[in-house]
Design a binder for this molecule. Sequence first.
Ligand code: NDP
Length: 366
Amino acid sequence: MKDKEPFGGLAIDFGADGGGASATATPLAIAPEAPPTATGGPATIASAGDRVDTKLLIVGSGPAGLTAAVYAARAALEPVVLAGSAPGGQLMLTSDVENYPGFPDGIQGPDLMAAMRAQAERFGARLVDVDIDRVDFSARPFRIWARGTEYRAQSVVVATGASALWLGLDSETRLRGRGVSACATCDGFFFRDREIAVVGGGDTAFEEATYLTRFATKVHLLHRRDTFRASKIMIDRAYDHPKIEIHPNTAVEEVLGDAKVEGLKVRDTTTGDMSEMQLDGVFIAIGYVPNTAPFREWLEVDSKGYLVVRDETGSNIEGVFIAGDVHDHRYRQAVTAAGDGCKAAIDAERWLEAQGITEAATATAW
Ligand code: NDP
């Protein structure tokens, strides 16, 4: 996979500008520099000048988008995938992935995504590494603009994912994957018998802190205020837990360590006093943002800003399907996103067939 370098030249946007919380991964704004690159796919996609026509357009190239691409390509839909200027999704920011089935020795996140991409391309999916700019779902064909090209699609799978929020510290960015993580389920295992911290005061932080006590000898929960957003039961449980120590009014100023996390420099937000804590890891759990910006005008979102699915993978617009973390704030796993992508592709294919846009017989031939 490496020699093909499907993610070659990728510059991951860690979003760390040093100023406040920032989202990572697939920003949905057009990046002005560098022309888009397209890979894979047959030469049969109708394309006129700066317009591309396709039966199925998939937006997003994490596990949901690429699994949808594999399924749709194998059903001869010749899908076009708008993969984003930082393709591959959140797994591109992860090192060891040990909970994706089929890899008993684990796999590196970027390697897993490269393999999924190669698999989608092998069956004829065409990937274009651009961020989308604008969407018009008012009528079919649906229209999406990206870097000067208009994509017209009879159906769309939205799989743009969600991005973890980060503190925005340079040291946090530098040590990501080296003791800094935003996913306890993914990385907790690596902190067996270690002392670690979780940052945040919401349900995610409390849930992750509790989960991490399975591995860590001690979990410090650091929150910048003395009141929490988390539910009372989660807070009570954490206060009662012998392995959890809660530090209210504590803000992280710097993650310490050269090659790996060795500690944190923290500030008491009431007195301004600075101190250092020796730790082996830190989990940032200050929330997620679903990447929905270009779709909000058209697709229904819930109170937390995630897209609303109807009947498994459908949306409020017929022919527009939804897969992965862009709607799922409950599981947020690569394998659940991949499963979602599979379902969305099958639903899209059946829907296209019902509209008479594709021929029957592929829907059961996955
Ligand atoms: P929340 O927005 O609820 O909480 C985020 C926390 O992070 C807040 O305490 C906030 O502090 C803190 N924070 C935000 N930015 C920064 C920053 N730059 N520096 C330091 N701290 C920061 O997000 P969650 O992910 O916890 O929860 C999202 C939603 O999902 C909630 O509705 C929650 O109830 C739900 N959820 C439910 C679960 C369950 O029921 N099992 C599990 C997980 C989530 P401050 O309070 O000062 O703003």
